[in-house]
Design a protein around this ligand. Structure first.
Ligand code: NAD
Length: 264
């Protein structure tokens, strides 16, 4: 039995993770972490035996083999800063997006003492799309095919472009032997001038209840190729994250990738 704890337990993904984990005989949900302590009845209604505030989450973390973080960047920072010692020898699966330099540096420190896997998207379809986008970018020259990435998410999403869109952009850049930062262009407005070759454009649509849709367009002079993925339910992310939890439990400290879990 693999014991899991979830940071961001009361959120949309936290609740979905508990519901999916409850159907998996290999997993036991030992507790959740969120902004505040919840009464036992409220925690149980969300699928957790207990939900503790971040500051008092030591007991939840100590009883877990794998800790999943689906909170927000400050939540991940707090988890790593306040509970670094409790996480030693455990595995950490991070799905939180919109991470900045502070979180990346803290994760690099954490991977020396814990097994760490970070993915902006845990669905098998998006992980397949990442390798297809890299392959397409390698085959379609930057001077002839312009790449634009369009994503749509529900109205509550707080970061843009989505972590998945940025991961797709990084895959395109890698396929063309470059790095995303030098090529990234977020949205366009006003007198933009002509589009430079090689630029990777990002466009974020927000509204309704869309779980997550991504399109990578390769726009050539005479033809257009589109790679697209739509998540119909949040459970695809939860299933992938729990597959990662089963796979990473007990592994030595270091950084692991979702493609190793999925074999894609
Ligand atoms: P949400 O807002 O519904 O839930 C986030 C939860 O984290 C909330 O309950 C909130 O109270 C808690 N939280 C936030 N900051 C905290 C802090 N400092 N300390 C303690 N708890 C804190 O959001 P969501 O839709 O569940 O998404 C959560 C994260 O997961 C987002 O970053 C989202 O982009 C990401 N996400 C990733 C994937 C993936 O496959 N990797 C899929 C869906 C969502």
């Amino acid at each position: 039995m693999i014991r899991i704890a979830v940071s961001g337990a009361a959120g949309r993904m936290g609740r979905t993770l508990a519901a999916v984990a409850a159907t998996d005989e290999a997993l036991e949900v030992v507790g959740g972490i969120d902004r505040v302590n919840l009464p036992a009845g409220e925690a149980q209604a969300l699928g957790y035996p207990r939900i503790r505030a971040m500051e008092s989450a030591g007991d939840v973390l100590r009883s877990a083999d794998v800790v999943l973080d689906f909170s927000a960047p400050p939540g991940l920072s707090a988890l790593l800063q306040l509970h670094g010692d409790a996480l030693v020898g455990k595995a950490l699966v991070v799905g939180t997006t919109g991470l900045g330099e502070e979180q990346h540096a803290a994760l690099e420190a954490a991977e020396r003492r814990s097994a760490v896997l970070v993915a902006a998207n845990f669905s098998i379809g998006v992980n397949l799309l990442l390798s297809l986008a890299e392959q397409a970018a390698r085959a379609l020259p930057a001077g002839e095919y312009d790449v634009e990435i369009v994503e749509t998410h529900h109205r509550q999403k707080v970061d843009a472009p989505s972590g998945t869109a940025l991961a797709l952009g990084a895959a395109v850049a890698a396929g063309r032997g470059g790095a995303l930062e030098a090529l990234r262009r977020d949205g366009r407005s006003g007198r933009t001038g002509e589009r430079p070759p090689g630029e990777i454009g990002f466009h974020a649509l927000r509204g309704g209840r869309v779980a997550g849709e991504h399109r990578v367009l390769f726009l050539g002079g005479r033809e257009r190729i589109e790679l697209a993925h739509a998540a119909m339910e949040r459970t695809v992310f939860a299933e992938g994250a729990l597959a990662a939890a089963r796979w990473i439990a007990g592994r030595p400290p270091g950084r692991y990738q979702m493609r190793e879990v999925l074999g894609v």
